[in-house]
Design a protein around this ligand. Structure first.
Ligand code: ACM
Length: 657
């Protein structure tokens, strides 16, 4: 059960937590009698945003609200801002929100601040015996970091415009402001080029964004105060470019779109002038299409194999005194940076590109560790952090939440700290599809969004999770599929049979973390169906956290209520295997999960057995049996792992050790 209490002012559920909140006892009643006014500047983001927010309020409350487009300060809900902002790094996103019994006032310097304030207002919608209201507050808010991004890899798997837009809505709900689209990879070239149509025609399997699609995404993002940064990953991760244009590569080819995952050899030939002519025209085209100041050139994981095996490249290196592949890549980066300069774009790249000779206005994206971030910041480069925000590792939200770009041990001067712009969560998509992407990004990314927006001392983990669960449910109203797709995926595997026993098993499990799915015997590729147990299970589920914290609480306080709840849950698990076995009879795909189902039931039953005993009566042979059961239960099965076993072990230890 979700712990969403409706009879409560929602001031404590705000996420990301605002910089300053003063709460009063006032209640502004939501009724169809009040009017909403906003500054009526042309081309403002507020108008359509306001419609959307009012629609969502209406969706929750069933109350129609009238809206005025002129601002004379006489509405009961007033949104006043002085400017329509140009969307750019560092744009002012601050706002003030004041709610009294009589009026709601959002004031901000520009329309981006106003829409951030509207999201806060929506999160405040509360209810009591008398209906719906906004609680009295005086909120002063602004972001801690100016770059609060989400990378979506649209290459390993392609995601429709609709999916991207849905996720932009979710980002806006969490006040994130950069969508980084990873648009080219070994596994696909995902954007239409009119200059070099072979790129998308032969490099994409037909799955790519047209330029109209991209314009529509950029506009949609801009309306939400979100910048769109394109990444064209070069010189490595580049197979898909070479399907149509093998002459750009360091080996003759032929090339085909890669289906497998990993670090591949194909790489641009940095010694040929045609490479730079091509990139000049292509990046020129993209510079016109993408209005943002920044353009990402990747630069990661170029393994140099194809350079080592090309004698002309080797001679070029000797002739030009380039002592190793890193020096050659640096030569390449310098040439590319000149191209971007010509198009008035600022270069962004993964931390591998941080080498001498590049202009010092570039932005480094630190992914391999924190050292690159610190090093870059110390040397006067702007930098944003992704190390620690790799959501595809399927780690818990807590791991990301405790990762602060400006941790005190960084030892940076105040001036150097200013070089740290913020960070990005990275949704690499090897194992992610249209059906699962929402549940891989959300709700865990809410914790990262808060890390980037809220004060450094907002670190209470259990409070973060409390708010995460509330906001996760709220985000369904914008169309996110992170919750509802899970049962659909279960129904697919059970052909209409009752899914309860599968759900009980999944709710106790998580997909394997830290890329270990790649090492369980299945060689994954882009054309496989990602519909298995590990795709249905979600990282860091509330169901697992709930049991684990119940156990912690019981061990700390010995409360009878916790004990009873734990016993109830153990009984559910204990009884589940029989039903699951029946289900697996008619659903052969589930038969591989029988061992994990059996382990869950057996561990639960043994916990029940020993919890019921009054005193320590565990024999040596009991201990042996328990140890062997629990170690079996911790083994991965169908690329998932039971995440409640350690808590069960703790239960037994407290009783009998
Ligand atoms: C990366 O994860 N290769 C940037």
């Amino acid at each position: 059960m979700l712990s969403f209490t409706v009879l409560q002012a929602q001031v404590n559920s705000l996420m990301p937590a605002p910089q300053k909140v003063i709460e009063t006892k006032a209640k502004f009643r939501v009724s169809n009698l009040f009017s909403v006014e906003s500054s009526s500047l042309t081309n403002s983001r507020v108008e359509s945003y306001l419609n959307n927010i009012l629609f969502r309020i209406d969706g929750r409350t069933g109350i129609g609200i009238s809206k005025e487009q002129t601002y004379n300060g006489k509405g009961q809900v007033n949104i006043q801002y002085d400017q329509v902002a140009k969307l750019a790094l560092g744009a002012d996103e601050s706002y003030k929100l004041k709610i009294t019994a009589q009026a709601v006032n959002i004031t901000s310097a520009n329309d981006i601040g106003a829409i951030r304030g509207l999201e806060t207002l929506l999160q405040l919608l509360s209810s009591d015996e008398d209906g719906y209201y906004f609680p009295g507050v005086m909120i002063t808010d602004n972001p801690r970091f100016q770059w609060r991004g989400l990378l979506i890899d649209v290459c390993r798997h392609f995601f429709s415009v609709e999916t991207i837009k849905r996720n932009l809505d979710a980002m806006a709900a969490m006040k994130m402001n950069v969508l980084h689209l990873h648009l080219s990879e070994d596994q696909g070239f995902r954007i239409e080029s009119k200059v070099y149509p072979g790129l998308h025609e032969l490099g994409s399997n037909g799955k790519y964004y047209t330029q109209d699609d991209i314009q529509s995404i950029i506009q949609y993002a801009d309306n939400r105060g979100i910048r769109v940064i394109p990444e064209f990953d070069i010189p490595g991760h580049a197979t898909s470019w070479f399907v149509a244009y093998p002459e750009l590569a360091s080996q003759p080819g032929p090339y085909s779109i890669e289906k497998k995952y990993g670090v591949m050899n194909p790489s641009f030939d940095p010694t040929k002038e045609i490479t730079y002519d091509f990139l000049d025209k292509f990046l020129g085209e993209m510079s016109t299409l993408f209005p943002d100041q920044f353009m990402h050139i990747g630069g990661d994981e170029n393994n140099g194999e194809d350079w080592d095996n090309n004698s002309e490249i080797q001679s070029f290196m000797k002739d030009n005194n380039l002592k190793d592949n890193q020096a050659l890549q640096n030569y390449f980066n310098q040439r590319v940076s000149k191209i971007l300069e010509k198009y008035d774009k600022t270069m962004v790249g993964w931390d591998e590109i941080l080498q001498p000779g590049l202009p010092n206005n570039i932005v480094i994206q630190s992914w391999r560790g924190k050292e690159a971030m610190i090093n870059a910041a110390k040397n006067g480069y702007r930098v944003m952090l992704s190390n620690g925000y790799y959501i595809d590792l399927c780690k818990p939200a807590s791991a990301h939440y405790s990762n602060d770009p400006l941790a005190s041990e960084n030892n940076l001067t105040p001036e150097q700290r200013l070089n740290i712009l913020g960070g990005e969560a990275t949704m690499w998509a090897e194992m992610v599809t249209e059906e699962t992407i929402d549940s891989r990004i959300w709700p865990r990314t809410c914790a990262i969004a808060e890390r980037f927006w809220s004060k450094q001392d907002v670190t209470d983990m259990s409070d973060m999770y409390r708010r995460l669960d509330i906001n996760s449910v709220r985000m369904e109203e914008i169309g996110l599929l992170h919750i509802k797709n899970q049962e659909m995926m279960m129904r697919r595997l059970t052909s209409g049979a009752d899914i309860s026993s599968l759900k009980i098993l999944i709710d106790a499990s998580e997909p394997l973390k830290i890329y270990s799915r790649h090492h369980q015997g299945v060689t994954y590729s882009t054309d496989m169906a990602f519909t298995r147990l590990a795709d249905i299970a979600i990282p860091d589920p509330q169901s697992v956290r709930k049991f684990n914290s119940m156990v912690e609480s019981y061990l700390a306080s010995n409360s009878e209520k916790d004990k009873q709840n734990i016993i109830e849950q153990l009984k559910v698990w204990g009884n589940n295997h029989d039903e699951f076995q029946d289900l697996a009879k008619s659903a052969p795909i589930l038969r591989d999960a029988l061992p994990i189902s059996k382990s869950l039931s057996k561990c639960a039953l043994i916990c029940l057995e020993f919890m019921r005993l009054e005193e320590n009566s565990r024999t040596d042979s009991d201990t042996k049996q328990i140890n062997s059961l629990f170690s079996e239960a911790k083994k991965p099965c169908m690329e998932t792992e039971l995440m409640v076993i350690t808590a069960m072990e703790k239960l037994l230890q407290i009783k009998f050790d």
